[in-house]
Design a protein around this ligand. Sequence first.
Ligand SMILES: [Zn+2]
Length: 430
Amino acid sequence: MRIPALAPLTLLAIPAAHAQEQPDPARLKASVEKLVGFGTRHTLSVTDHPTRGIGAARRWFATELSRIGEACGGCIETANLARTFTNDRAPNGVEVVDVLGFQPGRNAKRVVIVMGHIDSRVTDPMNATSDAPGANDDASGVALVLEAARILSKEKFDATIVYAALSGEEQGLFGGQLLAETAKERGWTVSAVLNNDIVGNTIGQSGARVADRVRVFSEGIRQVESLDDQFARRAEGGEDDGPSRALAKAADDVAGKLSGGLDVVLVRRPDRFGRGGDHTPFLKLGYPAVRFTVGVENYDAQHQDLRTEGGRVYGDTVDRMDFGYLAKVTAINVATIRRLASAPAAPASVTIGGALASDTSVKWEPVPGASRYRVHWRRADAQDWQRHVDVTGSETVLKDVIVDDNFVGVSALAAGGSESLVTFGGRARH
Ligand SMILES: [Zn+2]
């Protein structure tokens, strides 16, 4: 932030948060235009052409990440993940390649993942040759990932940040599955997965402009919950407090503190009605994962052959996008990653007690690197945490909080105050 010559003195004390670099709409636009310039990025498109097809697009993304890594003295390492997938949208098998950038934190095995999908499509999901600009779906998400890397590469974190451009989303969420299974195989502790898919338009199908909000989709009850945990949750509550819902609430909290930020609409569904995305395979493995998508979609600009019919224009083109809006969605991602990658991991489990008593007792598993813990509670008819107390150690008693009427959760805090996700107090969490 540049300080005007005649600024009042109070403006000179700029908090660190305000001095941090902001996402740049022009740079986001340049990234989207570059991606659109590859003609099609269909998963089955040509991979060895220098300027057309998904191969060229992936190489460009890797080069951009490497360039960002060089600018921070090698703080980002790029790597490809590849596996052949076969299904009815890839009947002859296709090598799906995810392009990743790793920004190692003090903890190499704990990760915060921010991702978009680099593949695009038109009306026929098997059409790998027609121009498929995919400006919003999902060059917007990939551009956001690069912009987040540019900003966050200038900082140091406890968790490792993974910047990901996934492939094969439109053929069957292949790239998301590949990355989620890789996380499992490599034993990563996944603190958060931020999936950004269609994050750059503000004019919806009806023509109305919605520029003041972004939807964050999350599951409340974990897909992987065991039968025992289902019974425990039925007795104890926790339908609105699974790890992915806690992540959505954290993003909402972060967005509320950004000046000029967007309102987060916390949609209490894993994805849009009847649809899925690259966060879905992460949910299948029990990781906290959410989807960011624009406040209002325009279906004429999704999965459409470029054409005009009866005066109506179809196609996912750059001119339909709003890069100031995309910059704001990027800012929410950046601030959410900054918080969660700076914080310790969330407590693995929290248990509560206090039946037939006036107080609630709370215990949790200690977290390596935590300086203290924040015990949250809320009345059982509320959805947002209402009160909290910071404590050291791994247990406390909340005086005059009746366990029947309140929900409790615990987060871990770094010495600097960064807060992890809140782990719900109850057996169904772990
Ligand atoms: Zn998409």
